[in-house]
Design a protein around this ligand. Structure first.
Ligand code: FES
Ligand code: FES
Length: 208
């Protein structure tokens, strides 16, 4: 197997490493460099768990080869905080309970950072559209959208763009952006675990 010497700058630290031509960026980050905050779910660009920032853009690191990232600046979820101070998006996910098992959370946060970079004051619909390539099996998405709104406000954009308030549960259409798939109840748990909403059964997510 052909090997290549590459350099990745991850969260400001330069790393020289040798990888096989077939090594995925996600595996290089986790297995070679120890940035295990980047999770791997589907390995096929569907779930978004592996999302990192590469040269300023969110990418799914399971569908990029490590050699393609040679020379790139990468930010993983570990790089969001600043000297122990949580990033606004991390604080917002905590405050809004935007996670349950947490497996999707690193990718959700990395994509959310890009959404807010491109649009500092997104509507709830725009947040859902921005997150359509990130899947969550736990939360029902409501609190994730709330978290992105919270972060937008704390990062200075102020208002909720569509005049909406934090959504604590269950209004129709407040799952991820759908593409016409069947919408079904995810959970009717008494007391509400946050997922008594809807999800798209059409085979979610794009492959941004
Ligand atoms: S593991 Fe990369 S998109 Fe699912
Ligand atoms: S919090 Fe469990 S998959 Fe999203």
């Amino acid at each position: 197997m052909t090997e290549h010497d590459i350099t990745l700058t991850v969260n400001g630290t330069e790393h020289d490493l040798t990888v096989e031509a077939r090594t995925l960026l996600a595996h290089a980050l986790r297995d070679e460099l120890g940035y295990t905050g980047t999770n791997i779910g589907c390995e096929s660009s569907l779930c978004g768990a592996c999302t990192v920032e590469m040269d300023g853009e969110a990418v799914k690191s399971c569908t990029a080869l490590a050699v393609q990232a040679d020379g790139a600046e990468i930010t993983t979820v570990e790089g969001l905080s600043d000297g122990g101070e949580m990033h606004a998006i991390q604080r917002a996910f905590q405050e809004e309970h935007g996670l349950q098992c947490g497996y999707c959370t690193p990718g959700m946060m990395m994509t959310s950072v890009e959404i807010l970079k491109e649009n500092p004051n997104p509507t709830r619909e725009e947040i859902r559209e921005g997150l359509e390539g990130n899947l969550c099996r736990c939360t029902g998405y409501q609190n994730i959208v709330n978290a992105v709104q919270n972060a937008a406000e704390s990062m200075g954009s102020g208002a909720v763009a569509d005049g909406g308030t934090r959504d604590g549960g269950g209004s129709a259409g407040d799952g991820p952006a759908t593409d016409g798939g069947t919408v079904v109840d995810a959970c009717d748990a008494p007391g509400g675990c946050g997922c008594a909403d809807e999800f798209d059964t059409a085979g979610g997510g794009d492959s941004r």
